[in-house]
Design a protein around this ligand. Structure first.
Ligand SMILES: [Mn+2]
Length: 418
């Protein structure tokens, strides 16, 4: 480990790698006032100044994984190498029977997205270092291998006909480091969003929510994006064993780093033994809205769901949905790393996801924690595919001017003769 004490920015970026772009060595001599505004340190200082509750500073030696920020190999995971691609006109590329998400054409560059006027770009983020139980990294491959049919008789909408969508490939993650995998995912989400397309990120474990939402905030502005977080877990854990990011921590990082406001964060489906009182107190102190399974059991899913749909409309202009497959009951989603009994059913989640995506300006969606290695019978991947499909149907409904949580095709309703 070599740290130059005169290079504050470099040291901070080294300590807090997951949240900031590391400058190349020749640009490392940056005065603190010229540091990127979105470093953890800067954001934490802003947050503290603006009202958020006091947080104990992290012990320098025990709470942070140190990396050598001057290591020239650090950026090797940040770029996809397309130098071997043959010369061609930019635009989506049809690939026939090669497996892609929903059989979509592929795109390799932002020029492809722009030339094709792409509206939705699927991105695989095969990270599974952020969960103790490996296998979620196979999620994108499993989803690409699913049958390609889209839409359903509820709406009679085939979103693939209504939306221009592509498979943008996988982010170049470092499968030895969850920290090092955040910047390339964030950068690819950002570059998709910069073209105006909606990134749909298929995980991967839930650590990627940090990169996804931070990437959207880079484009739409800090605190301008709201998040609906479907999950059995609140995923706002504090630093653990020296790690600031894992599948249990993205929410705290997003709020502590100032990417989103707590009140624009809505949790749905929490249950089980985690968190304890301090986790709920943290959520209350930061203004998060949450709906536990206990509340759903008491008030009924229909009532809570309508409240969530209304709360989503009462927020910032832009919405991201982060869907952890473990919000559903393990009866339907055994293929996940941290299942918790007593969750939602497919019937419950399909309706709300379609409704949210049809009524809101959804600028991002992620589906995480699908682990096909422990998914006998393909139950989990089948439900995961349907959840993504319902959101795409919702986005298509909105584009067609039919955005409404209760929209059904006239042909589908039992009163179809009237
Ligand atoms: Mn989660």
């Amino acid at each position: 480990m070599k740290f130059d004490p005169s290079s504050t920015a470099l040291v901070l970026c080294g300590l807090l790698l997951a949240a900031c772009e590391v400058p190349p060595p020749e640009e490392a001599e940056v005065a603190p006032s010229e540091m990127p505004a979105d470093t953890v340190a800067a954001a934490a200082a802003d947050t503290a100044a603006e009202a958020a509750p006091e947080r104990e500073p992290l012990p320098a030696d025990s709470a942070i994984i140190r990396l050598d920020a001057s290591d020239p190999n650090l950026g090797v995971w940040q770029d996809r190498d397309i130098s071997g691609d043959p010369p061609r006109e930019p635009g989506p590329i049809e690939v026939g029977s090669v497996l892609t998400f929903f059989g979509l054409p592929i795109a390799r560059t932002t020029e492809d997205l722009v030339a094709g006027e792409v509206e939705v770009a699927f991105l695989g983020a095969p990270v599974d270092m952020g969960v103790g139980y490996r296998g979620a990294g196979e999620g994108p491959t499993a989803l690409r291998a699913m049958r390609r049919s889209v839409g359903s008789m509820e709406t009679m909408i085939s979103w693939r006909s209504e939306l221009t969508a592509v498979d943008y490939g996988n982010a170049p993650i470092d499968n030895l480091s969850v920290e090092r995998s955040m910047p390339p995912i964030r950068r690819m989400v950002r570059e998709i969003a910069e073209t105006g397309a909606i990134p749909v990120i298929i995980g991967g474990d839930h650590s990627i929510e940090f990169a996804n939402v931070a990437g959207l905030a880079d484009v739409y502005g800090k605190e301008n994006v709201g998040v609906i977080h479907f999950d059995a877990h609140y995923d706002a854990g504090d630093a653990r064993h020296g790690h600031l990011i894992s599948h249990a921590q993205p929410v705290r990082r997003l709020i502590d780093d100032g990417h989103i406001l707590g009140r624009n964060f809505i949790q749905v489906g929490l249950r089980g033994s985690w968190p304890g009182p301090e986790g709920f107190e943290w959520m209350r102190a930061n203004g998060l809205r949450y709906h536990t399974m206990a509340e759903i059991d008491r008030d009924g899913w229909t009532n809570v769901m309508q409240e969530v749909l209304d709360q989503a409309n009462d927020g910032p202009e832009y919405l991201h949905i982060s869907f952890d497959i473990d919000v559903m009951d393990p009866a339907y989603t055994s293929g996940t790393g941290t299942p918790v009994p007593g969750g939602l059913t497919p019937r419950e989640v399909f309706y709300i996801v379609r409704g949210l995506c049809s009524e809101n300006n959804v600028v991002g969606f992620d589906l995480v924690e699908l682990n096909p290695l422990v998914d006998p019978g393909y139950t989990t991947v089948l439900n995961a595919k349907q959840i993504v499909d319902e959101c795409m149907t919702g986005i298509a409904l909105r584009k067609l001017g039919l955005g409404n949580r209760d929209y059904l095709s006239p042909l589908t309703r039992g009163d179809g003769h009237r």
